[in-house]
Write a protein that binds this ligand. Structure first.
Ligand SMILES: N[C@@H](CCC(=O)N[C@@H](CS)C(=O)NCC(=O)O)C(=O)O
Length: 398
């Protein structure tokens, strides 16, 4: 058994990993539309030459960013923009790292306006810090680019369906600021394969995106379950989706929310695909900022907490004006009726009021972006409030 693995962290170009596991499987004969490996590499070459120029630019940028980040990490330079709160206030808008377009979390509409659960977090931070939820700029990043962009100071905040792991929270100069979606890794397969359980994936070709936690999780799970598979790992989201839609892999594996989004928004006939029942990991998704930037960390963390706390207290974008008259001390503190409510965060007293009025509470954001009010229709599940059997729990705002 030969195993050729090229990765990680080669910036820019598409990376196609072809591990020569035993691919001759009765269950997974080459699919009708699937092509032999040489032809797949032909596709790779074409995609590669299209992205080569951008790849070279990205590599050059990556080297500079990498060098700056490394110097910062070993303490030779202060991490870029140590007091991001002041930088953002001076600049007048928040630079928010998001996906290149991923329905439900961060995606532009036909007018170029961005929407999604992660976008609402960018908007919440802009409302809290600048008083105006529209004062943010979405910076599209693929999975591979996201931490470099944060390290280099290109973005103030990464709000991009990013799983919090110990390595990411310690070794990358980044630190997470809460969890805005509890997720787990799963599998999307065409119904025509007749697969009903992940345990039947022995011999399958599995598409994933470079730079995701999904690659390692998949490898760990396959080893633990004695399943052989052939990973096809591609850097650009659109290309990995195209590869799956064209039948160049049997399975797409990523976060369950991602699978729901891909199925509904990227595949021509969503009903031809099914998400398998197994969830093989914990993928707690949340925003990241740079380490050593504590005031900014607080601004981001408490913006998220305010959205959750507002839902717990029943304060919505629709009733927030009336709630200003509430006799509840918790609501008065949240909405800045009590003087000094923003002082310790170095924010205006109306910071959380501005979030709820302009963006809504967590439940409102969830429902319109990924819940029953959206095409994704993902049940609240683990993302329900702790009072309703879920894990969403606001640290007390007092
Ligand atoms: N939560 C996982 C996966 C997140 C991820 O990057 N998923 C991909 C596949 S769904 C994605 O969002 N791609 C969109 C893009 O690159 O623009 C992680 O943090 O590594």
């Amino acid at each position: 058994m030969k195993c050729v693995s090229a990765r990680p962290f080669s910036a820019g170009a598409i990376i196609l990993i072809e591990r020569a596991w035993s691919t001759d499987s009765a269950k997974f004969p080459p699919r009708r539309k699937a092509r032999p490996i040489a032809a797949r590499l032909g596709i790779y070459n074409r995609i590669h030459s299209r992205t080569q120029k951008r790849g070279m630019q990205m590599r050059r940028l990556g080297l500079i960013q990498g060098a700056v980040a490394s110097l910062a990490l070993v303490g030779w330079l202060p991490l870029a923009q140590a007091d991001t709160l002041d930088v953002v206030k001076d600049r007048g808008y928040v630079q928010c790292g998001v996906t290149t377009g991923f329905a439900g979390f961060s995606t532009p509409d036909d007018k170029g306006q961005w929407h999604g659960l992660d976008i609402d977090l960018c908007r919440a931070v802009a409302a809290a810090v600048l008083g105006d939820a529209d004062k943010f700029k979405a910076v599209p990043l693929n999975s591979q680019q996201r931490f470099t962009a944060l390290q280099s100071g290109e973005i103030d905040l990464l709000a991009r369906n990013t799983s919090v792991t110990q390595r990411r929270d310690t070794a990358l100069g980044a630190i997470h600021a809460g969890i805005n979606f509890y997720d787990g890794q799963g599998f999307l397969v065409p119904k025509e394969l007749g697969v009903t359980s992940a345990k039947e994936l022995d011999g399958a070709t599995i598409c994933m995106q470079t730079g995701t936690s999904n690659e390692n999780t998949m490898a760990d799970w396959a080893r633990a379950n004695n399943i052989k598979y052939k990973p096809v790992v591609i850097e650009q989201f659109s290309e990995v989706v195209n590869a799956f839609a064209a039948g160049r892999c049997d399975v797409f594996s990523t976060d369950a929310s991602g699978l729901a989004s891909i199925r509904i928004s990227k595949l021509k006939n969503p009903d031809d695909y099914v998400v398998l029942p197994e969830i093989i990991s914990k993928e707690p998704l949340g925003p990241f900022v740079r380490q050593g930037d504590d005031v900014w960390l607080n601004a981001v963390k408490w913006s998220l907490m305010a959205m959750i706390e507002a839902e717990e207290l029943g304060v919505t974008s629709a009733n927030v004006e009336q709630q200003l008259k509430s006799s509840s001390p918790s609501i008065q503190r949240l909405l800045g009726v009590v003087p000094g409510a923003g002082k310790n965060l170095r924010l205006d007293d109306k910071w959380a009021y501005n979030i709820v009025r302009q963006v809504g509470n967590y439940g409102e954001s969830y429902e319109r972006n990924v819940g029953m009010g959206s095409p994704l229709k993902i049940p609240r599940g683990l993302n329900a409030l702790w009072t309703k059997g879920g894990l969403m729990y606001a640290l007390p705002i007092r």
